[in-house]
Design a protein around this ligand. Structure first.
Ligand SMILES: Cc1ncc(COP(=O)(O)O)c(C=O)c1O
Length: 400
């Protein structure tokens, strides 16, 4: 390995998991497009399968390109190991199916990504797991007890960008002997390393900022060697949502620029949020980097930048649609974390399956728009958003 843990984050982003290919000396990590690996002798095959010798033998379980990606994620999260999956949801389901037993209880701080909540309520609950929703950290403290096995959080949350205090949740989990999982997709280790706040397991939809270029789907979980051996042995081996080597290669390439991209995302989002503060067309503006955001103090403590997402409330679905249809640089599409700016109306897209009550609880109002701020020149993005807001104001003026 051409790095060590003393190196700074930016150095590890480039070098961790990356060395000259032992077979050829290739400088870029090769895409090992192979399902299986010859083990040479029956004796070595037996040793590999018995776990007595480390090595590759079947790509559902381990592959050199995928392993390089896992090592880079583990290094950046400051955790001993990582296991990659075919998607963020592959990681969520493998984690739950590995760690939960009938009678266990999972507490999550709402809202979580809809797919995660869906898995907990619609799959985990079928197997005798009790799923409890906590509104905030105080509710976690009140709800947790001896049956609590997992406490699951995401910060900032989607789409209202609330902030969860990771250290406080970790303390509540330690008090009752539960494990904690943080979905770090929105922050990335460039801004928050949950393990530094006492969180046990850190997961990602690598599809978003880790890849960063909107060209691959994948997931990953980082944690201690013991927990990840269990996750690899059950969640990967028996559930089988393995990451392919081509996607692993794209993530490896993307992650080399993660710190630089995150700096640009944060700069763009902060500039945009500050330019929009107090705009008369807005009913609300959510960005943790604004001093008036309710989670600003906690975010300032646990994040080294406030992230690349900004949410706006335009007061009605009609105004939100007018705004979205007049943006030029923000492509209307779900997903986030790409170098290109993206925009979406959560109420009619990502969150449309939630009932009225859940939408209200999660801050998904009819006028809410989520902007994933890309790495374009912030001045151009501000101009684009202000122009689209002008169309909203004009349309409102014409109907009054
Ligand atoms: C926070 C978060 N976690 C998990 C997921 C699921 O990831 P994937 O789409 O890669 O399965 C998403 C997807 O949008 C997400 O936003």
């Amino acid at each position: 390995m051409s790095h060590n843990s003393d190196h700074a984050f930016r150095t590890r982003a480039v070098h961790a998991g990356h060395g000259l290919d032992p077979a050829t000396g290739a400088h870029a990590t090769p895409i090992y497009a192979t399902s299986t690996f010859g083990y040479g002798s029956a004796e070595r095959g037996a040793r590999l399968f018995a776990g007595e010798e480390a090595g590759f033998f079947y790509s559902r379980l381990s592959n050199p390109t995928v392993r390089a990606f896992e090592e880079k994620v583990a290094s950046l999260e400051g955790l001993p190991d990582a296991v990659a999956f075919a998607s963020g949801m592959g990681a969520v389901s493998a984690l739950c199916l590995t760690l939960l037993r009938p009678g266990d209880e999972v507490i999550f701080v709402a809202p979580l990504y809809g797919g995660t909540t869906g898995f907990l309520h619609e799959v985990a609950a079928r197997f005798g797991v009790t799923v409890r929703e906590a509104a905030d950290e105080a509710a976690v403290e009140a709800l947790s007890g001896p049956a609590t096995r997992l406490i699951w959080v995401e910060t900032p949350t989607n789409p209202a960008l609330d902030i969860v205090d990771l250290a406080r949740v970790a303390r509540a989990a330690q008090a009752c002997g539960a494990l904690t999982v943080a979905d770090n997709t929105f922050s990335t280790p460039a801004l928050t390393r949950p393990a530094e706040h006492g969180i046990d397991l850190v997961m990602h939809s690598a599809t978003k900022y880790l890849g960063g270029h909107g060209d691959a789907i994948g997931g990953v979980v980082a944690g201690s060697q013991d927990l990840l051996a269990e996750l690899r042995g059950i969640g990967l081996r028996h559930v089988g949502a393995a990451l392919g080597p081509f996607e692993a290669y794209l993530f490896l390439r993307g992650m080399k620029t993660l710190p630089l991209r995150m700096q640009a995302h944060c700069e763009g989002a902060q500039t945009l949020a500050e330019a929009l503060a107090g705009h008369p067309a807005l009913h609300a503006l959510h960005y943790p980097g604004l001093p008036g955001h309710p989670g600003h103090a906690v975010a300032a403590r646990q994040m080294s930048g406030f992230g690349g997402l900004v949410s706006l409330d335009l007061g009605s679905q009609g105004a939100a649609f007018t705004f979205l249809n007049h943006l030029r640089l923000f492509t209307q599409a779900v997903s986030l974390g790409d170098v290109e700016s993206l925009s979406c109306h959560p109420g009619s897209t990502t969150h449309h399956l939630l009932g009225e009550k859940a939408l209200r609880r999660q801050g998904v109002t009819p006028g809410l728009v989520r902007l994933s701020v890309g790495i374009e020149e912030p001045r151009d993005l501000v101009r684009d958003v202000l122009d689209a807001l002008q169309h909203v104001q004009r349309a409102q003026f014409q109907t009054t």
